[in-house]
Ligand binder design. Sequence first.
Ligand code: XMP
Ligand code: MG
Length: 183
Amino acid sequence: MRAAEIQDDLAQILVTEEEILAKLDELATQVAADYAGKDLILVGVLKGAVMVMADFARALPFHAPMDWMAVSSYGASTKSSGVVQIRKDLDTDLNGKHVLIVEDIIDSGLTLSWLLENFESRGAESIEVLALLRKPEAAKVVIDCRYVGFDIPTDFVVGYGLDYDERYRNLRDVAVLAPHVYS
Ligand code: XMP
Ligand code: MG
C-alpha cells in the first residue's frame, strides 16, 4: 500500500505523534512521582499498546519491568462482548506487585474491567491503568483510569498501534478511519 493510498483511508488526523510524545512525557513524570520508592511493573495489552509502551517506558526516569498479555473477546461481533479469552498470559507472578496496565484505548471498557478483576485475583498490591486514548461516550462500564492521554469522540481510530484488520498500526499519528474503508 502506497503512502497516498493510506492518506485516502484517513478522514482526519486526531492526535499527532508530537502531541502523543509530549503527553506521554507528562504522564511519565506523574507516574514517576506517584511510584517513587515502589517497585512498578508495566503490563502492556497486545498488540495495540506496543507503541504506547515503547514510548512511555522510555519517558520514565527509572526502569520498570515490562510484561505482556494478549486477550481477545469471545464472539464474532466487532464490538467487545466483555467475555475475554487469554491468548497469551503474563510471565510474571503479580502477587504483591504494583501493576500499571498500559493500554492503547478504552472504548466500552469491558475488556479492561475484565482484566482488572483478573489481576486483582492474582494478588497484586495495587493496580492502576494508563490509557493513551479514551472514548467517554462509548463507555458501558466506568473504568477508574488514573492516567489518560486524550479523550476522543466515538469514531473508529487507527495508527500508533491501533489497527483495522492489522493495517495502519505503523502510522505515527492517530487518525479517524474513513468510512469507505469498512463500509
Ligand atoms: P473495549 O470496548 O473492551 O475495547 O474497551 C478495547 C479494545 O478494543 C479495541 N478498540 C479499537 N481498536 N480502533 C482500534 O483500532 C478503535 O477505535 C478501537 N476501539 C476499541 C482495542 O484493541 C482496545 O484495546
Ligand atoms: Mg487493545
